[in-house]
Design a protein around this ligand. Sequence first.
Ligand code: ASP
Length: 365
Amino acid sequence: MHANYLEFNKLPYQSTNCMAKFKNGKSSVLIIYTGGTIGMVQRPSTGTLAPVKFEHILDEVPELNKFNLNIKTVVLSPVIDSSNMNPSNWINIARTIKKHYSDFDGFVILHGTDTMAYTASALSYMFENLYKSIILTGSQLPIGTLRTDGKENLITSVEIAAAQKNGKSRVPEVCIYFDFKLYRGNRTVKRDSELFSAFHSVNYPELAVAGVDINYSNKFIYHSENKGILKVNTNFDDNVVILKMFPGINKSVFNSILNIPGLKGVVLETFGSGNVPSSRWLINCIKRAIKKGILILNITQCEGGRVVMGQYETSAELLKTGVVSGKDMTSEAAVTKLMFLLGQGLNYDEVKMYLNKSLRGEISE
Ligand code: ASP
């Protein structure tokens, strides 16, 4: 087995001859490198971390050659810090997977940790009828450093992406693997910028835990209901905003945000179980926005728990005005879902209905 290196040089993405089918009967995994700390080095001139070429990463992980797998790699060029990710990058990644979907049993995406949860959420919505694993991973320390967490993250992600049971992928969904845990991607949040346990998923259990064995929690793994062929939806509408409530938020600030020209959707990050200040001006401002056709999705600022509008007086008015409950979704899952649904050419009521429903297990109904 060779971890073959195939570089994509041109934007938006370029395919190479890795379409060749494997005839040796081994499982196959495509590693897609997008950037992030895992492949960064320190620039001597400035001391800042910047992405390097992917061949250096594979040199650092010769262990991959010990797997009884066909592994190929693709580099999305230019490699980026994930702070620079945007919907066109998500589309690139999705198209790359679609292009090579029938040739590989699973996919690993190497990605910066900063916006990994957004990309994982966006990808989960984009793929319909997914029946193979897409595992995002990265690291807190570059892979060339002695104490790197990148090696374990990469090696186990590859193993999970290749894992099959009765000839089918064990985890046929978009996941994040980090620090010995496999999470549903659209339930995950980056919670720490230093710890190796950078991610968590408070409202949904881990899909697998890697110890001596990799223990899969089969009952929590998502299986696409429709068995049709893979479909990738690639439209997003970025006329959205996340508006975080805080005590003392000022009327003219709040009002100007809801009056941004072209605005179509707001993720309103509220207190506790979905509460906002009772000020009349605030409720009126929300009413006017909804009347104009702006969708307002209520997401809690808390790490866990869910929005229950009407539980307190301070959220009952929101319910009456037509604010949509985001229930237990993360902000990452919510804003990408809003962008995705608004990009699908649906009408207001349809977007509202889907926001409240599970598309890929991102919300508990
Ligand atoms: N800034 C980096 C990124 O998200 C951080 C990381 O990879 O951990 O690309």
